[in-house]
Ligand binder design. Sequence first.
Ligand code: BG6
Length: 292
Amino acid sequence: MKLQELANRFSVPGVRFETAHGGMIRIAIETAVSTGELYLHGAHVSRFQPAGCESVLWMSEFSCFEFDKPIRGGVPICFPWFGPHPSDAKLPGHGWARLKEWDLVGCGILDDGGVSLDLRTKSTDFELSFRVEFSKSLRMVLSVALTAGAIASRRFEEALHTYLRVGDIRQVSISGLESVAYLDKVGVLAKRDASGEPIQFSQETDRVYNETIDNCVLNDPQLGRTITIRKAGSLSTVIWNPWIEKSARMPDFGDNEWTGMVCIETANVGNNFVEISPGQVHTMKTEIEVTL
Ligand code: BG6
């Protein structure tokens, strides 16, 4: 759908359709409760800022805005696999959902004055719906079903790969995962016991916590805020910061940007893959809320 068609069809106060980086269509939200942005490319939330707060999501200054590449920062949707494809290295990392042009199918005003967006996309096997609520908090719901006519069940992995902006990664801590064992993806894959302590960062960190339904709280003394990440329909949480050397290896990630971000990803990955049958819908939700 072209820009003008979108504007005609979804004429909602506080919602603007614009052409942004790389000629991509972006939806800009500006209401009394929050401001935000979403690219149709990947149904990618790239900005969220509740009224009276600083920006919550991190975006790389070096992100590509090309239709065959993911956007770096914000909230990429990883689906239907996480990381490299298990058997075909030529397929895109973290699946195809973040590379697709999604369709906007709904746009409305929430009771508190925020805005909701409903998007859809599909492949031969899966139909995806994504609802984003730019409210006082940011709420995202990813729903997955099999395409009409499917006769067999299918498995998938998924993640809302949320990049959060922090004052200084070396000063933040994350609580909520103290009692959960994890898979350490830095270097050789290794299973590690629960640490018993909030997570702090002093090196590259790439961890998959499975079998956890718990919320996380990011404590950021430098920005003077905490961010609570609530979730439902998710058994995994992924924590990532690339630190110095990996940042330097990534072309769409500034060499010094690692200090200002951390990913806390609401997910179902690895042993927590999801299997759905024809007719079933699987829903994963997350809510990101700032407290000053
Ligand atoms: C994280 C993974 O979720 O995403 C990391 O655990 C990965 O291993 C990171 O490096 C970024 O992935 P990508 O494909 O966006 O560069």
